[in-house]
Design a protein. Structure first.
Length: 310
């Protein structure tokens, strides 16, 4: 399901470090060489390259890249080069500082990650920023928005496939009653979304649709809090469809949303971007790589296309 293309066998980390060093020498940077290495190595290999580069040249590869490349290309490379868990922690830190403005990133991390992944992200966040993710989310949000986001990031859910059909039906009714009454901030909505397993919630959402004739998200539209609720439900119900919509909106809005575009491609290239590409093609009657090529340019375009699998 990943789109990342890694050569077999891949060059040794020392060889890649030497190639990068050569790309930085002389007049200007050889960006094609940087892309040929970094866009075709998995997380473990990228970490080994960073270690090899520092050992060989006594300098931090990230700092060297910072002085060699710029703009959207630099942001994409920086997001990509980190270990996925550490990357999520960094993305979360950037997002919490923006508060409501960037709630989607927090929702994605909380609702798409497995319980073990979310725990690892929170541990990485604590180690890197000397604060808990819950603490920072709480300090940068208020009211119902805070109540929802803190609940989502604080949980450690059951991760099995077992479901309780009677519970799904009863909680579908609870959700429906709250939505009909427009009690969107009801404690029961937040309790159900933040404590039930993914499998149980999907069963509940399916019961909701079967019993009330509409998707649960049909009743959720309005302010930022409701958008966060919708995002959480979409992330839980079908992460790939959720990310396809992020890409579609990023590419179709007036002026490309490079942040959303980069985030999805970088975070999903080693996971399920192939599936997301297929959904994009079906929904838009267009290839994702063609759309990206049309809306981006230069080294940034080349880097994203390499991660997409071109």
């Amino acid at each position: 399901m990943a789109t990342l293309s890694v050569p077999t066998p891949a060059p040794a980390a020392v060889e890649d470090a030497e190639k990068l060093k050569k790309a930085f020498q002389g007049w200007g940077t050889d960006e094609k060489a940087v892309i040929s290495v970094l866009a075709h190595r998995d997380a473990t290999q990228r970490k080994q390259i960073r270690l090899a580069y520092e050992d060989l040249y006594k300098e931090d590869l990230l700092k060297r890249l910072e002085s060699e490349i710029s703009g959207d290309f630099e942001k994409a490379v920086f997001r990509w080069i980190f270990d996925p868990i550490e990357r999520q922690a960094i993305l979360a830190n950037v997002a919490v500082k923006k508060g409501i403005e960037d709630h989607r990133v927090i929702v994605e991390i909380a609702c798409v990650s497995s319980p073990a992944e979310l725990l690892a992200v929170k541990q990485a966040y604590h180690a890197r920023f000397k604060r808990s993710l819950e603490e920072d989310v709480a300090s940068h949000t208020t009211g119902d928005f805070r109540k929802l986001l803190v609940a989502l990031v604080s949980t450690y859910k059951y991760d099995g496939a077992e479901i309780d059909t009677k519970l799904a039906s009863s909680e579908a009714k609870i959700l429906h009653n709250a939505i009909v009454e427009k009690a969107f901030n009801h404690d029961e909505i937040i309790r159900i979304l933040s404590t039930r397993s993914r499998a149980q919630l999907i069963a509940t959402f399916n019961c909701y649709k079967d019993e009330f004739g509409a998707s649960i998200n049909k009743g959720l539209s309005g302010d930022e809090f409701l958008l966060a609720l919708r995002s959480a439900i979409r992330c839980i119900n079908s992460p790939q469809k959720y990310f396809e919509k992020i890409l579609r909106n990023a590419l179709n809005k007036p002026g490309t949303d490079e942040d959303g575009l980069t985030r999805v491609i970088v975070t999903r290239a080693e996971k399920d971007l192939k599936v997301i590409k297929e959904i994009y093609h079906k929904r838009n009657n267009a290839m994702l790589d063609h759309a990206v090529a049309k809306e981006t340019s230069g080294d940034y375009k080349s880097f994203l296309l390499a991660l997409i699998g071109n």
